[in-house]
Design a protein around this ligand. Structure first.
Ligand SMILES: Cc1cc2nc3c(=O)[nH]c(=O)nc-3n(C[C@H](O)[C@H](O)[C@H](O)COP(=O)(O)OP(=O)(O)OC[C@H]3O[C@@H](n4cnc5c(N)ncnc54)[C@H](O)[C@@H]3O)c2cc1C
Length: 283
């Protein structure tokens, strides 16, 4: 199907893009286009103006000083190929599992955060790594923790005129025990369920743990009861099994479709949490 007619604009600065968004309430940012264009062709989205941010200087690239600051227009392929993300191996592993080569060559990390697809991979990874995004709009620039960014199905807390300029990973979980495991949909490659875990230890006990779950809930969410069950414990098989048993408890109503019922997704969440923690622990 063809999309509805729209104006196409290609601003050369973030401020120019924000100005266009602010004065055109039905405008949409175009990044890699791998979610927006299919949605427009299916007429699920019909923006009056498409604001292509692909030619704005400074929106792509990775700075690894003090964690990692990844420009919003950085593609999945650039993340996979980067030698600056060695402290966060889970991110590279998860990114390799996004879609196929053409999706990874065009799709961007900023687009993934802004689109907040319930079956996206990097949303769960960013929750586990306690990341934030920098968002710029008419009202200025602000830092939004991903904990507060994902608020509903395909919905974020960004204002209509805000553009994500970077995704920021703090040092909290640099070189932490970490893993991402995914049950991919056999046709689309999207996550039926994906679980990202990051764990730090002190004196042989878990000091902090974060678990991001995608695919099962309405949007990527943290498994907070499972996180609490790990904290202060030795990261052994018994602790992992007890925590994994709680992993589906805080996710709200779960998605269901012809491929996987809510009950099956809940089962996958527990199984994949156990696998991810076991892999992260090196057991
Ligand atoms: C065949 C196929 C398979 C896929 N498989 C997977 C998969 O396995 N795992 C996975 O995670 N994803 C998958 N995807 C989705 C892919 O990751 C998308 O690229 C991603 O969801 C959106 O990124 P984009 O750069 O293409 O954004 P776009 O499609 O350009 O934009 C998506 C939305 O985000 C907004 N937006 C984009 N960038 C910004 C920004 N910087 N600031 C504010 N708003 C912005 C747009 O306005 C739009 O609403 C797949 C896509 C396809 C087509």
């Amino acid at each position: 199907m063809y999309p509805q007619q729209f104006e196409y604009v290609r601003p050369s600065s973030v401020d120019e893009a924000i100005g266009i968004l602010a004065s055109n309430p039905d405008a949409k940012v175009l990044a890699g286009g791998h979610s927006l264009i299919p949605a427009m062709k299916l007429r699920l989205a019909a923006p009056g103006t498409v604001v292509d941010i692909g030619k704005i200087d400074g929106l792509a690239g990775i700075d690894s000083r003090g964690g990692a600051k990844i420009g919003a227009m950085t593609t999945y392929a650039a993340i996979v190929d980067s030698d600056k993300l060695g402290d966060f191996p889970m991110l590279t592993e998860a990114t390799k599992q996004v879609g196929d080569p053409s999706v990874r060559n065009r799709g961007t990390i900023g687009g993934s955060m802004a689109h907040n697809d319930p079956a996206a991979d990097l949303t769960a990874v960013m929750l586990a790594l306690n990341a934030s995004v920098t968002a710029k709009g008419k009202g200025g620039e602000r830092e939004v923790a991903v904990d507060d960014l994902f608020v509903g199905l395909l919905t974020t807390s960004l204002a209509e005129d805000e553009i994500i300029t970077s995704v920021n990973i703090p040092n909290d979980f640099a070189n932490a025990k970490q893993a991402y495991v995914k049950h991919a949909h056999p046709a689309s490659g999207y996550a039926v369920v994906g679980v990202a875990v990051a764990v730090t230890e002190k004196d042989g006990k878990v000091e902090s743990a974060r678990i991001g779950v995608t695919g099962a809930p309405e949007h990527a969410k943290r498994a907070t009861s499972a996180e609490a069950a790990l904290t202060g414990k030795t990261l052994d098989a018994e602790t992992i099994a007890a925590a994994a048993a709680l992993a589906a408890d805080d996710l709200g109503e779960l998605n269901g479709d012809v491929y996987a019922s809510p009950e099956y997704r809940a089962h996958l969440v527990r199984v994949l949490t156990k696998r991810a923690l076991t892999q992260a622990a090196g057991l």
